[in-house]
Write a protein that binds this ligand. Structure first.
Ligand SMILES: C[S@@+](CC[C@H](N)C(=O)[O-])C[C@H]1O[C@@H](n2cnc3c(N)ncnc32)[C@H](O)[C@@H]1O
Length: 294
């Protein structure tokens, strides 16, 4: 790569990260951790005995929440011995869930300091800081040595990342030989109606942060990156049921004090509606994925 190609690639990455930052941090004013704390206070859950499940409506930032995390943990065969890397960890809900339920060690990485900071503070509040830790990093350039994790885990992150080869390549690199990749992915349905998906959705307000692939494209990317025994479990039916309930409850009663809107802002209501339409019209599916490094 020439110097000018390198410079323009760097500028492109910076532009993309700034668009992502706007999406994940600019929706609501004020520090992220303080907003979460205020919402927890509002529902009477800011005491010293805070458990991960108390925060699940806000810190399990993916379709089907904590249920999906526990199901993926079962598919990935997580045990107390597993050394887990959570790529795109958000505010750390899944990492705390795995640490509390299985007693395993989890390192979470996220692109944004605000998310890592909230993840660390909430982990201290739950007394799980001896098992879960967090740092800021880009999923496509992980700051870890080769072959050190038993499980690489990532839920609802790849849809923000255009450089899929780098992403899955890095996940493969840091996994031990025979280690497990556990993914939870929103996927494009190739047989869906023509035209783009309805936006905004929880990971994108505009096309600039939306990079979806189909099930077959994902399988191919994982094979190319060096994964074998790729198993996908389609959970779109469950996702559709949950979004239907969420949409009608929000229309009737508004958003509850504790929910994803604390992270994203009040247009989360429009995101719920659009995501329901995307599922109903057969544009998107959701799959839990487990694979092994050969
Ligand atoms: C929808 S949230 C999911 C958070 C978390 N995995 C969960 O399920 O609770 C997507 C997260 O991916 C992070 N993310 C997006 N692109 C990333 C990248 N290139 N490297 C690291 N994190 C990234 C975002 O900052 C955000 O926290």
């Amino acid at each position: 790569m020439s110097l000018s190609e390198g410079e323009s690639r760097l500028a492109e990455t910076e532009r993309h990260h700034s668009e992502l930052r706007d999406h994940y941090t600019a929706g609501v004013p004020g520090a992220l951790f303080e907003r979460i704390l205020a919402a927890l206070r509002e529902v009477g859950k800011d005491s010293g005995t805070l458990r991960p499940e108390d925060m699940a409506p806000v810190d399990e930032f993916h379709t089907l929440g904590r249920v999906a995390t526990l199901e993926l943990a079962r598919m990935a065969g997580i045990t107390v011995q597993s050394k887990v890397l959570d790529v795109g960890c958000g505010v750390g809900g899944p990492a705390r869930c795995l640490a509390a339920e299985f007693g395993c060690r989890v390192t979470g990485v996220d692109l944004f300091f605000e998310y890592c900071e909230a993840a660390m503070e909430l982990t201290l509040m739950t007394g799980l800081d001896h098992l879960a830790s967090f740092c800021c990093a880009d999923a496509t350039a992980l700051p870890f040595l080769d072959a050190i994790y038993d499980v690489v885990w990532s839920q609802h992150v790849s849809m923000n990342i255009e450089e899929k080869r780098e992403l899955y390549g890095e996940m493969n690199r840091v996994l031990k030989s025979g280690g497990t990749l556990a993914l939870y992915e929103v996927l494009l349905k190739p047989d869906g109606p023509p035209g783009p998906i309805h936006l905004p959705v929880p990971w994108a307000r505009t096309a600039a942060t939306n990079f979806l692939v189909s099930k077959e494209e994902l399988r191919e990317l994982l094979r190319e990156a060096g994964f074998i025994d790729i198993g996908l479990k389609d959970v779109t039916g469950d996702a559709l049921r949950v979004f239907k309930k969420l949409e009608s409850r929000t229309r009737e009663r508004g958003l509850p004090p504790l929910g994803t809107h604390v992270l994203l802002g009040l247009d989360f209501e429009a995101m719920i509606y659009n995501q329901l339409r995307n599922f109903q019209e057969g544009r998107l599916s959701v799959s839990q994925v487990a694979a092994r490094k050969s």
